[in-house]
Design a protein around this ligand. Structure first.
Ligand code: SF4
Length: 208
């Protein structure tokens, strides 16, 4: 695990305008939301939840910088992507840029879902990260709440990882599509031989 050594808030300010600092990306995932979708794992989370499935996402240090336009282009270049899921890390620390991505992919007819360690009430309250409401306004589905190990579900049929987490479906057209399961695993093998394993509680593992 890479520990954050400097103030994460300052590191957020180091992200150039119009860019995101991400940990990973994959197309055509079927275990991170409804249907077939792109997944963006953002870099940086302050929560340090025991049992976190993505320890490498905690640091706010620069990992992969990608512009909003390049990310949108990447998502839309795969015709099988019906939507995009933001995971992490904590997506809402980079809410303004993700709201811009969401706005552009929705114009192209895709749906947008996000995980967050905040509750919806916190995101709508006075201490929410900047831009939270703008991102909420673009979401079709929000899965809120931190992962709490003592409340872990570990069921092949559950779309959430711990029982405190709630599914908020803002788009009624997706109400009957909450069919993925957080304990399913998906392995992507790329042309260069590298692998990406995802789906287990929304987690991400990269290997050569
Ligand atoms: S909110 Fe998610 S990414 Fe952050 S520490 Fe908790 S489980 Fe890990």
């Amino acid at each position: 695990m890479t520990q954050q050594k400097t103030n994460p808030y300052l590191q957020l300010f180091e992200i150039p305008a119009g860019y995101l600092n991400i940990m990973g990306y994959v197309d055509e995932s079927e275990v991170n939301g409804p249907g077939c979708r792109a997944v963006v794992w953002v870099q940086g989370c302050l929560r340090e939840c025991p049992g976190c499935f993505n320890l490498e996402s905690w640091s706010f240090e620069m990992n992969q910088l990608i512009s909003i336009d390049n990310l949108v282009e990447r998502i839309l270049s795969h015709p099988r992507n019906q939507g995009v899921t933001f995971s992490g890390g904590e997506p809402f620390w980079q809410a303004p840029a993700l709201a811009a991505v969401a706005s552009k992919v929705k114009e192209a007819g895709l749906n947008v879902m996000s995980f967050t360690g905040f509750t919806l009430e916190q995101l709508q309250g006075p201490y929410a990260p900047a831009g939270s409401q703008a991102l909420l306004d673009k979401l079709d589905i929000l899965i809120d709440g931190p992962y709490i190990q003592s409340l872990a579900i570990n069921s092949p049929n559950s779309p959430v990882s711990s029982s405190n987490q709630k599914i908020h479906v803002f788009n009624p057209a997706l109400q009957d599509q909450i069919t993925w399961a957080s304990d399913q695993i998906e392995i992507h093998i790329f042309k260069d031989g590298s692998r990406l394993i995802t789906g287990y509680r929304g987690g991400l593992e990269l290997s050569d």
